[in-house]
Ligand binder design. Structure first.
Ligand code: MLT
Length: 328
C-alpha cells in the first residue's frame, strides 16, 4: 500500500503543480478583463476607434476590453505607461502615427522606442487628416485660407492634442508649408480641442477624419481639404489638398494596437485574430467607414505589417519635423 500514498503524494504534488499548471494552462487567455490604454482624452478619434473595435473584440475574446484614458505629453505619457506594463496580455495600447512615429523626432529623451519596446499587434485603421477651422472663420476655400493665415499669423491660434500628436505633427507640416508660426494651444486630445473649435475659442486645427465627420455634417465647423490623394467616401464634397491648391499637404494617420515587449506570441496572435474579426464584422465596418476610416485589407493587418509601418513612418516624419523646427 505504501507505494500508493507516495503516488498520491507525488500525484498531489503534480496536481498542485498540475493545478497551477493545469489551472494556468486550462484557463485560456484571457481569463479576466483587458485594459486598453488610450493616450488621449475620451471622445477623440483614438478613443472612438478603440471603443468601436473593442466592442466586438470583447465578444470574441469573452472578456471586457476596458478603455483607460491616460493623457499627457501628446500621448507619450500613456505610451510610456503601456511600455512599462506587465507583458501578460492584460494591458494594451492604441498607439498611432504620433505616439509611435512622430514622437521620436519631437522628444529627444522619449522614454520608449516605438519600433522595439512594444509588440506590434495590428493596424486598426488609417485616418486621413483634414484642415479644419471654426465655423465663422472668414476664408471660403483653401486658397483663401492660405492667404488669410499668412496675413494674420500673429493674431491667429491653432489647437492641437499636444506635442507629438497627429494634430500637432500634421499642422506643423501645414504651417511649415505656409511659412507661418501661429500661437498653438495644446489640449489633452482632439476631443476637447474639437469642442473648443466648435465653440469658436480657437481658429483652426488639423485632425483625423473620424473626429471631424459628425461636426462637418452638422455644419458646426469648416473643412477646407483632406490630406490624401483621393477624396473620402464619407465626405465626397471635400476636396483633396491637391484639388484645393496645396498639393504639398499630404497627411494621413493611423491607429493600431500594441502590447508591452515580451508579450507571448500566442497572446499577440489571439488579439490580432480578434481585431481582424472585428474589422470583418459588418456593423463594426459600417461604424468605422461612416467616420471615414480606411480599414486595412488582410495583408496590412499582420503584426509584421505594423512593425514595417512603424519603421517607415519614423523615417518619413523625422525629416519633415526636423525641417519644420519647433512651433510656437
Ligand atoms: C485623439 O484621439 O485625441 C488624437 O488621436 C490626438 C492626436 O493625435 O491628434
Amino acid at each position: 500500500m505504501q507505494p500508493l500514498r507516495c503516488l498520491v503524494g507525488a500525484f498531489a504534488g503534480i496536481f498542485t503543480l498540475g493545478m497551477t499548471v493545469v489551472t494556468g494552462a486550462a484557463q485560456e487567455y484571457p481569463s479576466r478583463s483587458i485594459t486598453l490604454i488610450v493616450p488621449f482624452a475620451a471622445g477623440g478619434p483614438t478613443d472612438v476607434i478603440s471603443r468601436i473595435v473593442g466592442d466586438h473584440m470583447s465578444r470574441t475574446l469573452g472578456q471586457q476590453i476596458v478603455i483607460e484614458n491616460v493623457v499627457g505629453a501628446g500621448g507619450t505619457t500613456g505610451s510610456t505607461r503601456a511600455m512599462r506594463a506587465s507583458a501578460d496580455g492584460y494591458t494594451l495600447i492604441t498607439g498611432h502615427m504620433g505616439t509611435h512615429a512622430a514622437s521620436v523626432a519631437l522628444y529627444p529623451n522619449l522614454a520608449y522606442k516605438p519600433d522595439s519596446d512594444f509588440e506590434p499587434i495590428g493596424l486598426i485603421a488609417g485616418t486621413p487628416v483634414l484642415i479644419l477651422a471654426k465655423k465663422e472663420f472668414q476664408p471660403k476655400n483653401l486658397k483663401a485660407f492660405v492667404n488669410y493665415v499668412k496675413a494674420n499669423e500673429k493674431t491667429l491660434n491653432m489647437a492641437h492634442a499636444g506635442v507629438g500628436s497627429v494634430s500637432y505633427t500634421t499642422c506643423l507640416l501645414l504651417n511649415h508649408i505656409l511659412g507661418v508660426k501661429p500661437t498653438t494651444i495644446p489640449y489633452q486630445g482632439t476631443g476637447p480641442s474639437m469642442n473648443a473649435l466648435v465653440a469658436g475659442q480657437v481658429d483652426y486645427m488639423c485632425d483625423q477624419i473620424v473626429n471631424a465627420v459628425p461636426q462637418i455634417k452638422g455644419g458646426t465647423i469648416k473643412a477646407y481639404a483632406i490630406g490624401t490623394a483621393e477624396r473620402n467616401p464619407a465626405l465626397p464634397d471635400l476636396p483633396t489638398s491637391k484639388e484645393a491648391g496645396l498639393p504639398e499637404f499630404q497627411a494621413s494617420a493611423w491607429n493600431a494596437l500594441f502590447a508591452p515587449k515580451g508579450t507571448r506570441k500566442a497572446v499577440v496572435d489571439k488579439i490580432n485574430a480578434a481585431l481582424s474579426l472585428a474589422l470583418d464584422d459588418e456593423v463594426t465596418r459600417k461604424r468605422l467607414l461612416d467616420l471615414g476610416s480606411d480599414i486595412p485589407g488582410k495583408d496590412r493587418r499582420t503584426a509584421r505589417a505594423l512593425a514595417i509601418l512603424v519603421k517607415s513612418e519614423i523615417q518619413k516624419w523625422t525629416p519633415i519635423i526636423n525641417a519644420a523646427g519647433p512651433s510656437n
